[in-house]
Design a protein around this ligand. Sequence first.
Ligand SMILES: Cc1ncc(COP(=O)(O)O)c(C=O)c1O
Length: 283
Amino acid sequence: AGIRSAAIPVDQEGINVDEGLKRAPSARLACVTPSHQYPLGVTMSLPRRMRLLEWARRNRAWIVEDDYDSEFRYSGHPLAALQGLDTAGRVLYMGTFSKVLFPGLRLGYLVCPPPLVDAFVSARALADRHPPGIEQAITAEFIAEGHFARHVRRMRALYAERQQELLRATERELAGLLEVRSAAAGMHLNGWLADSASDQDVSARAAAAGIIAPALSSYVIHARIRPGLRLGYAAFSERQIREGVRKLAIVLHSGIASVQSRSRRLPRVLQTNAMHPSSVTTA
Ligand SMILES: Cc1ncc(COP(=O)(O)O)c(C=O)c1O
């Protein structure tokens, strides 16, 4: 379709709009996850939301608001969606049942500005006519009869407990090796490794031990971030979470052991630092 993409940095307030203006001054569309930036987990601040909307209004550009998991917020209040704040009709709000029900359902939805509706209906008809009818009808009834709201409430409480279990297990097994902080929303936590670590390497070794913990560097384009792992917890029981963390601890401890055995030939000061992964780079 001739799209050229530009990677825009994200900070504690979400997408850096001013940096975006510098890197892609003639951009026509911004794709964002304001409720819960994927995968860093930042919530876009209200000033940033207003700035992004102002950019779209002035430039007659579009914003795709991918609100993929906002049902799972455990503390704090959600901010108004960009779509709700938009007075210029520039936001396409996208949701999915993949997270809140299950991905195999393949149902999602788009709330788009009225002038775009016909174009999207035509595009959908060309692509595959329409989403599956039976699944839509069953999901609609599931919602209308109140089961969906009950399911979300139950899952929110369950996932909050699972997140707590992951935090307890990582604190117990991985203190000093993986820095994990609680998150107010979502279905995963990020675990930060020592600056000197290769998250791709750790992730590959974890996968060999049966643990899927994607490297955070694999989500980044043209930037360097602190190495880390994405740790999903929503789909696992508390026992599975404890077992998974134990396996990850073996992987991380064996990494340290191999650094130590390599460092036996190194000067004494390096050997000391190798005990503390965060200081390996400064050694
Ligand atoms: C950022 C993000 N958006 C949207 C989705 C949902 O995609 P789909 O509805 O195609 O399953 C996901 C699923 O993993 C996601 O990570």
